[in-house]
Design a protein around this ligand. Structure first.
Ligand code: PMP
Ligand code: GLN
Length: 382
């Protein structure tokens, strides 16, 4: 008799990113759904990886990550946020940002612990909490500004609250934390045992002169935080699945206990290459401008359509409302848009556990101008 699995995630299907990307291929649609660039990454960086391989950097590096890469990241943090990070004890290189988030949550959650999640939420947060026996406590961001109602957060704190997950710049809405949000967060967590999981994979993708409010800037928050990053977003190489986590030594010590039995250590030549490439600061310092141009280019083109933009101040994404076009639920409309008009997007309801439907779709504008043009040529017809 074949054994049966009692599912740990009985209510979860395939992630919407895979669903929509598969549909995009099937219907030969332009894929503005899943967040990935369709333009080339730096050939200098790919050459550095080649070189690293050819020079023999092909065996395990230290389980916490290549020391030189961690050193360069510590220097970057010091430069950007004036915070001193110990490269030896406070940084671990991970196979992507998702893994960093998973490991951080797994490190802290005990069965029954509550974790505050703002919705719409990046799709891995809630399943990761649940896999660890935790209880997601859901708070909706206020549509359409997608700001945090901090009074509501205060009401939701209980003696079981183990952590708050924050994500700025925010996927899928493009909202960003302000200094006032930080003060609210400081007030809420001070004198508590609450951890912060900060998803900062879009750290550099911030627009209109706004400053990224990294948790790394605030010692009273950092002392209780796991801050997660992704190289995929910084260097246009989402398929590399490389990232890192920063946390104070005592927290990182426990994180590494989990990490060592899961992936243990990441791709060596890529780490050698990234350590070298990180020396060129302009590569990440100009990213905000680069993506802002794409956001603006897409925004201007979309003015010809019936879609209504919801402001995005960061990330790869912009939400558009289709209330002027259809009453369909988001999933149905997104599928029809893919099949009939040849443009794939992501229904924002997929980022809500209860599929809250505000008639908005998420568009990824991190694409070549010609891709955005071709997509809008089709969207004009909707
Ligand atoms: N967090 C957010 C908000 C994301 O959009 C993504 C997607 N890249 C990740 C985490 C995961 O990054 P990675 O691909 O490095 O796992
Ligand atoms: N982060 C990207 C997005 O939000 C893709 C992630 C994924 O495919 N899992 O679209």
């Amino acid at each position: 008799m074949q054994p049966t699995i009692q599912s740990k995630l009985p209510n979860v299907g395939t992630t919407i990113f895979t669903v929509m990307s598969t549909l995009a291929v099937q219907y030969n649609a332009i894929n503005l759904g899943q967040g990935f660039p369709d333009y080339e990454m730096s050939s200098e960086l790919t050459n550095l990886v080649n070189e690293a391989m050819q020079k023999g950097n092909n065996q395990y590096v230290h389980m916490n990550g290549l020391p030189l890469l961690r050193q360069r990241l510590a220097e970057k943090v010091q430069d950007l946020y004036t915070t001193k990070i110990n490269a030896e004890t406070d940084i671990t290189i991970t196979p992507g940002g998702t893994y960093a988030l998973y490991t951080a949550l797994t490190t802290i959650i005990q069965p029954g612990d509550e974790v505050i999640v703002f919705e719409p939420a990046y799709d891995c947060y809630i399943p990761t909490i649940e896999l660890n026996g935790g209880v997601p406590v859901l708070i909706s961001l206020t549509h359409p500004t997608y700001a945090i109602d901090w009074d509501l957060v205060k009401q939701k704190i209980t003696n079981k609250t183990k952590a708050i997950i924050i994500n700025s710049p925010h996927n899928p809405t493009g909202s960003v934390f302000s200094a006032a949000d930080i003060i609210q967060l400081q007030n809420i967590v001070s004198n508590t045992g609450i951890f912060i999981i900060s998803d900062e994979v879009y750290e550099h993708l911030i627009f209109d002169g706004k400053q990224h409010e990294s948790i790394l800037k605030y010692p009273d928050l950092l002392e209780r935080a796991f801050v997660c990053f992704s190289f995929g977003k910084v260097y246009h190489c989402t398929g590399w699945k490389m990232g890192y986590c920063i946390a104070p030594e005592n927290l990182m010590k426990e994180f590494r206990k989990v990490h060592q039995f899961n992936c243990f250590t990441c791709n060596s030549p890529v780490q050698v290459a990234l350590a070298e490439f990180l020396k060129q600061k302009e590569n990440y310092l100009q990213l905000g401008n680069f993506l802002q141009q794409k956001r603006d280019y897409f925004f201007d083109l979309m003015a010809q359509t019936k879609f209504i933009p919801i402001p995005s101040f960061g990330s790869y994404f912009q939400l558009y409302s289709y209330v002027n076009i259809s009453n369909e639920i988001e999933k149905d409309f997104a599928i029809r848009l893919t099949k009939e008009y040849g443009v794939a997007t992501i229904p924002t309801s997929a980022f809500y556990k209860n599929e809250i439907d505000n008639k908005t779709l998420r568009f990824c504008f991190s694409k070549k101008e010609e891709t955005l043009e071709r997509a809008v040529e089709r969207l004009v017809k909707v």
